[in-house]
Structures are given as C-alpha cells and as structure tokens.
Design a protein around this ligand. Structure first.
Ligand SMILES: [Zn+2]
Ligand SMILES: [Zn+2]
Length: 346
C-alpha cells in the first residue's frame, strides 16, 4: 500500500478536480465535493472514530465511494480511486501552450453555483490559488439567461458582498475580481443595469441567444456591444460547439473583420475560449483578429474548479497563431489589467 499524507479533504478535492478536468460526470464530482465539505469541520479524532466504527456513510453527503477514500486517507494510505485517477488523468492536457500558460497571471471568465457552475465561489477561488493565479474574475451569467440562473441586479449585488467576504478571508496576494458574463441582447445592448456594470472590475460580453441571426444584424449587434463603454472582453465570438455532450453547432455569421476592427479600436479583448467543445474563435478568425491588432484574453470559462485548468488549451492556440504574450491581457499584472478595464472605456 502506498502512503498518503494529504488527508481526506485534500484527497476528495483532488479526485473532484481530476474528474472535472477530464470532463467526467458532474454528478459523481458533486458527491466527492459534498463529502469534502461535510468532513471539513470535523476533528481528526472524530473522523478516525467514524472510520473505526464504520459510520462514515451515516454522515450527510458521504456515500460508499467517498467513505472508502476517506477511510484510506485517514489510515495514511493512498486511496485507490485517487491513484487510478492520477494515473489516468493527471498528465498534461496538451503538448503545446506551456510557455504562454506560464506567462498567465489569471483568468477572466469563470462561473460558480450562483448561475450554472457546479461549485461555490470560495471553491473556485481556492483552486485558482492552487493553480498559481494572482486573480480570478468571477463572471456569472446575466438575468436573461434563465436556463443558467442568470443573476438579477439584486442577486449580483449580494454576490459582490460575498466576493468581498471571500477576499477578506484570503491570505496572500490572490484577489477574486468582480465580474459578469453579460448577455448581448438583440440590439447590441447589455443585459444588466448601468449601475451594476459600473460596480464591476471586468465585464465579458457574449451572445447566447438567436445565434443564427442574419449576418448584417448580427454584425450590428456585436459591434454595438463592443462599443458599449462597459465591455472589456468579447466572449466566445462565434458561439460554435465542435464536440461534446451538448452536440455540435455551427458558427454565427457576421462580418468578423468589422467586429475585430471595432474591438481593436475600443481596446476590447477578443476571448480565446479554452473549453474543448468551443475552441472559439476558429483558427482563421483568430488570425484575422491578430492581424486587426486586437488584444486577447485566454479564458477557461470554467463551470467547475477542475475546468480552470483548461486554459492551457487556449494557450496552445495562441502560440500556434503567433500572438505576442503582451497582447494577452491576462499576462498583465492585476493593476495593469484593472487600469485597462477601467480607463480603456473612457
Ligand atoms: Zn458564454
Ligand atoms: Zn461562460
């Protein structure tokens, strides 16, 4: 039996991280994260007694497979499930992108369980710290995206209090930044109040509805959003889905040159969305945005902590496209990033 001294909470969190990173069934992942949350406040003696008396599964949210992991870890043995996942899933997600990834200081696009993410805000922040980030922008959805439980102005205001509380409890240099993934409405306006948009650090604007609109109105819609003084990042611009459980979807039609020129002019970063099923923008459009002089943001668009690690996939694409790291806004130190997000909008 291989020894393990990480303790049961770390074992359960690592299992969840590896499953999420491998895009496995979120239901299983939730079970491990739930079990970790249950045992977190328990003392070592109390936990050891529960292992001894085989009463772990009496605890709320602790099922048979989590109990097995906990029992092994408490005995100082490497849990079998963890060993198997480390062997199968811990390797690099891709061969390229390492250099750009090393230059990244943060991530501008992530979701918590306040909208359609699978984990609480603090769990996203903890994992971002573990991945070496200096900052993470929390960008839950806006009200119109009801399927994703988009946040009303009131819920967003409450979320900002939680973000402040999370930052108060974190030691060190990491900061959780206030953000939104705001829907671009049909007329190019943004789906949140001016007042709330003004209170945020970074705003990602994305199209999530009527993706099949004709090219001319879609171009007007996107340029309208890019010119909005609040917009900092244009999220997953074509909306395509290339693989995965949600099926595939073609790209939205629009005048990409005109949209990217508007981005360059307004210092709006074009997002390189790292999600494996998105890979957005496609390579030809990425080259077009590069030649238009755009800034870029390489984002995970994580809906679970383990998915924060997707970023290297976007880094590989930026590297292939020959994009200078200084044009990638999340290679910038936090102060420069915040200054850009504030003042580029005039
Ligand atoms: Zn989105
Ligand atoms: Zn998103």
């Amino acid at each position: 039996m291989t020894g393990y001294d990480g303790g049961p909470v770390a074992a359960l969190r690592r299992i969840a991280f590896l499953l999420e990173r491998a895009r496995e069934d979120t239901y299983k992942v939730k079970a491990f994260r739930g079990a970790a949350a249950t045992i977190l406040p328990m003392g070592d003696d109390e936990l050891a007694r529960a292992v001894e008396e085989r009463t772990l599964t009496d605890l709320p949210g602790v099922g048979a497979s989590s109990a097995k992991v906990i029992a092994s870890a408490v005995r100082g043995e490497l849990p079998e499930r963890l060993a198997a996942l480390e062997a199968e899933h811990a390797g690099p997600l891709t061969d390229g992108g390492a250099e750009v990834r090393a230059a990244l200081r943060g991530d501008l696009h992530s979701h918590s369980d306040w909208s359609d993410g699978g984990s609480p805000i603090e769990e996203m922040a903890m994992t971002a710290i573990e991945l070496g980030h200096d900052y993470l922008v929390l960008t839950d959805h806006s009200p119109r995206l009801k399927v994703a439980r988009g946040l009303s102005a009131e819920r967003l205001a409450r979320q900002l209090d939680v973000v402040a509380a999370v930052n108060d409890h974190l030691a060190g240099d990491f900061t959780l930044l206030r953000g939104i993934e705001v829907d671009i409405l049909d007329d190019g306006s943004l789906d949140q109040t001016e007042e709330m948009l003004d209170r945020l650090d970074v705003r990602v604007a994305s199209v999530h509805s009527k993706l099949a609109m004709d090219a001319a109105p879609m171009t007007r819609r996107m340029i309208g959003a890019v010119r909005d003084r609040h917009t900092n990042v244009l999220g997953h611009c074509t909306g395509r889905l290339v693989t995965g459980g949600r099926g595939t979807r073609g790209q939205s039609q629009f005048d990409a040159r005109a949209v990217f020129e508007a981005c360059a002019e307004n210092e709006v970063a074009v997002e390189i969305n790292s999600r494996p099923e998105r890979r957005d923008p496609p390579s030809d459009l990425l080259a077009l945005a590069r030649d238009a002089g755009c800034l870029f943001a390489i984002d995970s668009d994580a809906h679970a902590p383990g998915q924060l690690d997707f970023q290297v996939l976007g880094c590989e694409r930026a590297e292939e496209a020959g994009i200078d790291p200084d044009r990638i806004v999340n290679t910038w130190p936090r102060e420069r990033l915040l200054e850009w997000a504030r003042s580029s909008r005039g």
